[in-house]
Design a protein around this ligand. Sequence first.
Ligand code: FA5
Length: 329
Amino acid sequence: MINQDQFDNLLVEAENEINNGADAAVLYHKYLGRNGKFSTMIKQITTLKTDERKVVGEKAKIIKNRLNYLLQIKTSSNQPSIDLTLPADLTAHGHQHPIETSIARLYQISERLGFVAAQSPEIENEDNNFEFLQIAKDHPARDMQDTFWTVDGRVLRTHTTAFQQNLIKNNHPPFAFVQGGKIYRCEAEDATHLSEFHQFDGFAVAKNLTFADLRGVLFQLIQDFFLRPVELRFRPSFFPFVEPGAEIDMKCFSCTGRGCRSCGYKGWLELLGCGITDQEIIASAGLDPKEYHGLAFGLGVERFAMLYYGVEDIREFTRNDPRFLEQLV
Ligand code: FA5
């Protein structure tokens, strides 16, 4: 004799099949079709006594509604949610600016080399930007970074090296930080100079760091950035906050060292400044300069990007001409 439990069991069975991914149309036919399981069961209700027929009938109605509802949901979730008849979206999509892409790649590469990303403000106090780095007011090195001042005597940072003081005073060695960002110099613009551009600096302090570590880090970073074999050389150079100080040059891609327009007929291109942190800076942070050594470097992101993408005029990066930028995705 048909009873309420059999209808409950039918629902459980159908729910299992729905949840296990069976096809909605097949299930519809199997349970609610003319000769489906539910129809077969409902026919048996006529054999029941009147009072039982009423109770089991009520149950059957509830189960049928539930089955209908579940199968409807199943059918609609099988429909594609995109209306393929709509017109295509032909809006042009933008992309990251090549300088942002270059900075992101420099972060990625240096993080693999053990550096941690740091941040410092674009408006700095004079001490962080100059004095701490031993660029005194009357030092000729100040002229190389002619500066924008705010009315309250702060500066638009002239190099990302300005992050060093806070790092060395707030972190106990060993540490290794990098930072990329905008810097400002009161400078005439030409094919290789901007007055507002980006630098990427690294600063590490630990026991027994040597020039060999500096060389290892920078040669790896440069190689990974340009993604092709590069020939590099150190050239001694003066920066008041490092001793010894150097610049790294790369053999020109275009002429492989013979000399051409891209390298100003020198055969080599200047890439960055670097060196071993001056002992007085280490000492001014309360560290023993005999024990602790620092390595530091600072590169021009636009210059790196020019060489990587083969761009001849640095000003292209700031003109915002989509015909130029679209080529550097
Ligand atoms: C500095 O700014 C030092 N702070 C770098 C440094 C850091 C040296 C740590 C030692 C230790 P410099 O002024 O040379 O150095 O600039 C660094 C790089 O910025 C240059 O090698 C060059 O790639 C880029 N650069 C300099 N001036 C400009 C400019 N006007 N436009 C575009 N890029 C520039």
